[in-house]
Design a protein around this ligand. Structure first.
Ligand code: BES
Ligand code: MN
Ligand code: ZN
Length: 497
């Protein structure tokens, strides 16, 4: 699909499918006004007749209803002045979804003229492009009947040329982000009988071939054993699949510039191990590698945008299985850092593979380290599916991530890592326990990781609620937090210049 910008009134695009907006109460956007004029009051009449109310997210397709216009999709924008950034994105996804099953091949979207609280034209351009891609997304690799995507061109209409440069930049960012988000979703949606640790390693190597600036190395279990990654390897012991430690290095910046390290939880399936999950809780656990998929996505976005920055991606890829050779509750493990860990639950495996990956990160002398993990069910209880849980040992880093989340419409919310919480993971037998009880489960998981992140500025993103919708017919990976992290990298580049 081609993405384009165009300064053109709706009349000149009448052969394409037009997406236009109107507010609750009957106020029209400028594109809707134009069409209303040339179509003899068509839009206003819909309001008068009560056929369209303009409620946020309302979508009304109009086919050949006025002489010249083939296909119009009228979108409700809600009360004028009240459209939020996330509300804006949602209604575009809805409109795109309504078109995704049709044979429409060209769309011109006029929703750039919707008022969104405090947002620029360029911001709207990027959101429209990303939301369209979200609405059209479909994972049918394993369906006998594939859905044909008829859409060839998606045009975003601009009111004039005044902010063309900023809009072009936004479009290029959108292109890289949608590409990365789609890659992340596809990997995450791929089930664990195919998406194994070795499969993830092969995917990373593919990216290394595709992008000249990305170098990929993969460690096997023997190599990890030699290093002393006792925590990561314990999690892998019950699995017939060999664990992999996948390292990607994107070199876009100066040679000696300290990199940003992204560490992604890559549990390709989480049964819970010997602390076995219930069947209900096990569904959705193919998504336990969403952090890993996010790292792969974000690195490709950086490479596609040729960002002048160095980024390292570290992916511990492991399958968590029960069985006779699997690790058990009350086992004591020695991590790569030398710190010992008493296993309370083999279902708190994410932190065990991440702690060794974090220690491994030290060798890259990173400026900041951000881990991304579907780490705790507790974060879904705390924040639901709307915000990623953010914890950090460095306030400026936390602030930069929160800001990038707001800018990219992929938000996080910070939780505290106060010393008091550390007490919950004390163990009578080892340096720490891998579980701190039910209270503040996401924070104590963060506390656990913080003990392996003392040597750098570090942030932890718990994406258990945001990376995938695990239930219902619309279940799918979301590609989050690729937009936030890509924005974070873009912001870093812009601040350094
Ligand atoms: N992968 C899960 C967390 C998860 C739960 C992700 C639900 C997405 C949806 C993680 O490995 C896990 O099992 N966490 C346990 C930790 C507990 C044993 C301390 C949990 O959240 O129940
Ligand atoms: Mn688990
Ligand atoms: Zn898990």
């Amino acid at each position: 699909m081609k993405l384009n910008l165009k300064v053109a009134p709706p009349q000149s695009q009448h052969k394409t499918c037009l997406i236009i907006g109107a507010y609750e109460g009957g106020q029209l956007t400028s594109a809707a006004k134009d069409i209303d004029k040339s179509a003899k009051g068509l839009i206003k009449q819909l309001f008068t007749d009560g056929l369209f109310k303009g409620k946020a997210g309302e979508v009304l397709p109009l086919f050949r209803s006025a002489q010249d216009f083939n296909h119009i999709v009228l979108v409700g924008l809600g009360k004028q002045g009240a459209l939020s950034p996330t509300g804006f994105r949602r209604l575009i996804v809805t409109a795109a979804k309504s078109l995704s099953g049709t044979e429409t091949d060209t769309i011109t979207c006029y929703l750039t003229d919707a008022e969104v609280q405090g947002k620029s034209l360029a911001w709207k351009v990027r959101q429209i492009a990303e939301a369209c891609s979200d609405g059209y997304y479909c994972f049918d690799l394993f369906k006998s009947e594939k859905r044909k995507n008829h859409l060839k061109q998606f045009i975003i209409a601009l009111p004039d040329n005044k902010q063309l440069k900023a809009c072009e930049t936004a479009l290029a960012e959108a292109q890289a982000i949608t590409h990365a988000v789609t890659l992340t979703k596809n990997l995450a949606n791929t089930p664990s009988n195919i998406c194994t640790p070795s499969f993830l390693a092969d995917q990373a190597k593919e990216l290394g071939k595709q992008y000249r600036d990305i170098k990929v190395t993969v460690l096997n279990e023997t190599q990890m054993q030699k290093l002393g990654m006792g925590a990561l390897l314990a999690v892998s012991r019950g699995s017939a699949e060999e664990a992999k430690l996948i390292c990607l290095e994107y070199h876009g910046g100066k040679k000696n510039q300290a990199p940003v390290a992204l560490v992604g939880k890559g549990i390709t399936f989480d049964t819970g191990g010997n602390s076995l999950k219930t069947p209900d809780n096990m569904v959705g656990m193919k998504y336990d590698m969403c952090g890993a998929a996010t790292v792969l996505g974000t690195l490709t976005a950086a490479a596609e945008l040729k960002l002048p920055i160095n980024v390292v991606g570290i992916i511990p890829a492991v399958e968590n299985m029960p069985g006779g050779s699997a690790y058990k509750p009350e086992d004591i493990l020695t991590s790569l850092s030398g710190q010992t860990i008493e296993v309370i639950s083999t279902d708190a495996e994410g932190r065990l593979i991440l702690c060794d990956a974090l220690t491994y990160c030290e060798r890259f002398k990173p400026d900041v380290v951000i881990d991304i993990a579907t780490l705790t069910g507790a974060v879904v209880i705390a924040l639901g599916t709307h915000a990623t849980g953010l914890m950090s040992n460095d306030e400026p880093l936390a602030k930069a991530l929160l800001k990038a989340g707001i800018e990219s419409n992929d938000r996080a919310w910070q939780l505290p890592l106060w010393d008091e919480y550390q007490e919950q993971i004390e163990s009578p037998f080892a340096d720490m326990a891998n579980v701190g009880g039910r209270p503040a489960g996401s924070i104590t998981a963060g506390c656990f990781l913080s003990r392996f992140a003392k040597k750098f500025h570090w942030a932890h993103l718990d994406v258990a609620g945001t990376a995938a919708f695990m239930f219902g017919p619309e279940r799918s990976a979301t590609g989050r937090p690729v937009p936030m992290l890509t924005q974070f990298l873009i912001d870093r580049v812009n601040h350094e210049n």
